[in-house]
Design a protein around this ligand. Structure first.
Ligand code: NDP
Length: 283
């Protein structure tokens, strides 16, 4: 039976080191500040924004949430971003996705100063990510790499298969895994013979959002299985992986909840600190 990759435990250890880092920055007069722009009333976004706020408060990071109405104009959002870009006290900035239909998410994200782009979503930072010369990383992907590092799972020469090609998870994770010398395949909704490809994975990551779509017969014996999916099923949270059955075959597996999720919010805060240090010439 596969061993658990305990993201919750790692997140809590990391949290302790982050709070002492924040305290030491503050002693030197450096104050990390994260601004989150949330537009409209998407219930999931509100939950995510609140959980970031709780985490930031716990670590002593100042977080300001700009809650804008659902009918906000793109022009006004761009103006707000310009003013936050220009404010030297703001060290990190993000727009919570999704945005309402009258707002072009690409235009809004492109307007964020790459030096403050804590989600690593601006074209400049995505380019740096693929060049392997990045100063910020998307939190979920960074958390997954840290989890593998923590359990000393070396990616060199491994066949890594990522199901899902979103800009926030699948694609940036592929870039980071490539940097660690894995041979990476990215699968998506048009992939033919998905199971044939997942079965070849030494490290299989699923970031789709379909409850328990990865079954035991799609997984190689002894694989490392990382489940990013968060799905609500019959009142409980489940991942994209059929955990109980796949655990029988895997060498290592992340649970849902308690795997990748807790690392994402922790790593967002780590990125805030990284950007803050860089802006103060401390990196
Ligand atoms: P997106 O909806 O942006 O992307 C989903 C991806 O899955 C797309 O690339 C899509 O392909 C692919 N896909 C859909 N159906 C299939 C299928 N049947 N077979 C293969 N691929 C398929 O999702 P996100 O990346 O934002 O999130 C994915 C999941 O991860 C969600 O459950 C989300 O809640 C969770 N999540 C969890 C985080 C955490 O911290 N644990 C952080 C972020 C997300 P195509 O591109 O062709 O449409």
């Amino acid at each position: 039976m596969g061993e658990i990759l305990d993201g919750k435990k790692l997140a809590s250890e990391l949290g302790e080191s982050l709070s002492s880092e924040v305290a030491s920055l503050k002693l030197h007069g450096v104050n990390p500040k994260l601004c989150v722009i949330n537009i409209g009333d998407d219930p999931a976004s509100k939950v995510y924004v609140a959980s970031k706020k709780r985490k930031a408060d716990r670590l002593g990071i100042k977080q300001v949430v700009y809650q804008l109405p659902a009918d906000e104009t793109e022009e006004d959002v761009l103006e707000l971003i310009d003013s936050l870009n220009a404010d030297p006290e703001v060290t990190s900035l993000m727009v919570q996705l999704p945005v309402p239909p009258q707002i072009n998410a690409d235009r809004v994200i492109e307007r964020i100063d790459p030096e403050k782009d804590v989600d690593c979503l601006t074209p400049a930072n995505i380019g740096r990510l693929w060049e392997g010369k990045h100063f910020v990383e998307p939190a979920t992907a960074a958390g997954i790499i840290a989890l593998l590092d923590h359990y000393q799972i070396d990616l060199t020469g491994k066949n890594a298969v990522i199901v899902g090609r979103s800009n926030i998870v699948g694609k940036p994770l592929a870039a980071l895994m490539l940097e660690r010398n894995a041979s990476v395949s990215i699968l998506h909704s048009h992939t033919r013979n998905l199971a044939e490809l997942t079965k070849r994975a030494d490290v299989l990551v699923c970031a789709v959002g379909k409850a328990e779509m990865i079954k035991a017969d799609m997984v190689k014996e002894g694989a490392v299985v990382i489940d990013v999916g968060i799905n609500r099923q019959a009142g409980r949270l489940v991942g994209d992986v059929d955990f109980a059955a796949v655990r029988e075959k895997a060498a290592w597996i992340t649970p849902v909840p308690g795997g990748v999720g807790p690392l994402t919010v922790e790593f967002l805060m780590e990125e805030v600190i990284k950007l803050t240090r860089r802006q103060h010439g401390l990196d």
